[in-house]
Design a protein around this ligand. Structure first.
Ligand code: AMP
Length: 451
């Protein structure tokens, strides 16, 4: 069984810049929230590709010596990886790199291929040998086996055989390619940096390296970057946008623009809509940091109830979600979040979070606030109940672990020990973002799968 190891990752590509690997490094640094498990960069100097990847944070994997003396050249691609617990093999870190008949190739991938097992089994039956459990390795084999002469045509061949979510960046000896699936599930933006170009999962990477945003890489589009030429665009598939709504709800950084819209603005609007749909009397609005902050500001402004940072977050703890056992998850929530008791005591509080998945975080937080003396705690969630797992690149547990798939609203409210619980409706969520509702994937909230 293939692991879903490319979910919730970040990709970056730098073309034609003398500090390519350093810019890729800073880009990955800005995108660290999309994956903390492993990081990697491949650079190209026109003759050879050089790859460094390892488990750990971006700042732990690279140092100045590596960036200056190993990852040389004026093009580079990079990746940060998020993966499910227990799967920590270095073989599953990216870029995926291979030597094949056309030379060298490195690939980075954000997304998840839904027909990966079928493709892999077929390849294995034809004699292919795999080194990792990553669906991205399928692409290397498909490209290596294609009868086409040019890499561009081989990539086009290969993406016709895969199904699912993919924002990809490829590096060959002399060129860089960017490619997005026809639905554009995961984001990918294009920018200019100096005389060169950058592609990245989110525009917060552009801001850090001083790049100028140009446009989105379109769903179904391939961009080819070649020396002394403007990027060439090829429409490989007709675009049928189904952008992941969860990027706006939780995943992307608020200062980023993804799918051409600012994340903070949309997230705050979700809070405004939530206040309209589910008002309740209280003394203060308290966000679950950091995810709940923008929507709590929106809720506060709409309701007129003061916003207070009643819960502090310890930033030196990793994400709680990725811990393997329930006991560890419980403990980590405690280590990560603590209440300001003097503020909370005797107060009626509205707590805002972006989502409830298993219910662990909400239950712990409400207990913590009650222990700190809160009189009432009303939970408000700035997205609809998460009822269905994502197969397109966001890490959600199986349906049997999703609390909203297995309990009624009232049961969840009792489980998390809240005085009341309410979620944003799907209609209000869609009102909070620009564009047609039909241009988004909402499968995690509706079960309406696209593929
Ligand atoms: P849970 O404790 O399982 O209910 O998870 C909900 C908490 O995890 C919320 O505070 C969310 O901000 C956060 N969250 C939601 N989805 C994810 C995800 N895919 N990966 C990591 N954290 C998440």
């Amino acid at each position: 069984m293939l692991e879903n190891v490319n979910e919730k990752c970040a990709v970056v590509g730098i073309f034609n810049h003398k500090d390519a690997s350093k810019l890729a490094y800073f880009g990955l640094h800005a995108l660290q929230h999309r994956g903390q498990e492993a990081a990697g960069i491949s650079s190209g100097d026109g003759k050879k590709l050089h790859t460094i990847k390892d488990r750990g944070l971006v700042s732990q994997v690279f140092n100045n010596d590596i960036l200056e003396n190993t990852l040389v050249g004026d093009m580079a691609i990079g990746h940060t990886r998020y993966s499910t617990a227990g799967d920590d093999s270095i073989l599953d870190a990216q870029p995926v790199h291979a030597n094949y008949d056309l030379g060298q190739l490195s690939i980075v991938h954000n997304g998840n291929l839904i027909n990966a097992n079928e493709v892999r089994n077929e390849l294995i039956q034809k004699g292919a040998i795999f080194q990792s459990s990553m669906d991205t390795e399928n692409l290397i084999h498909l490209i290596a086996k294609s009868n086409q002469r040019k890499l561009k045509d081989r990539i086009i061949d290969a993406v016709h055989k895969i199904k699912g979510a993919y924002s990809l960046v490829f590096l060959s000896r002399s060129k860089m390619f960017a490619m997005r699936d026809p639905n554009g599930f995961r984001p990918l933006s294009l920018g200019r940096v100096g005389e060169g170009y950058v592609v990245a999962s989110e525009t917060c990477a552009f801001d850090l390296i001083g790049a100028e945003y140009m446009r989105e890489v379109e769903p179904g589009e391939m961009l080819i970057f070649e020396k002394d030429k403007a990027p060439q665009s090829i429409k490989v598939f007709e675009a049928e946008p189904k952008h992941c709504i969860f990027e706006y709800v939780y995943f992307a950084r608020p200062d980023s623009n993804v799918f051409g819209q600012n994340v903070y603005k949309n997230r705050k609007q979700m809070g405004i809509e939530l206040a309209k749909e589910h008002p309740v009397e209280a003394d203060m609005i308290v966000p679950v940091p950091d995810g709940g902050i923008p929507s709590a500001i929106g809720y506060s402004q709409e309701s007129g109830i003061p916003f207070e940072m009643g819960i502090m977050r310890n930033h030196y703890i990793g994400r709680t979600f990725i811990e393997p056992t329930q006991e560890m998850r419980d403990l980590k929530v405690k280590m990560k979040l603590s209440p300001i008791t003097s503020l909370i005591k005797g107060k009626k509080i509205i707590v805002i979070d972006d989502s409830i998945v298993r219910g662990t975080t909400s239950r712990r937080i409400i207990r913590m606030l009650k222990e700190a003396g809160a009189e009432e705690v009303h939970m408000r969630i700035s997205s609809p109940p998460t009822t269905d797992p994502c197969f397109y690149g966001v890490d959600t547990p199986d349906k049997d672990k999703l609390i909203a798939a297995n309990m009624s609203n009232q049961e969840i409210c009792e489980y998390i020990e809240a005085d009341s619980l309410a979620y944003l409706s799907t209609d209000a969520l869609m009102r909070s973002v620009d564009g047609e509702a039909s241009s988004y994937c909402t499968a995690c909230f509706t079960g309406d799968y696209i593929l």
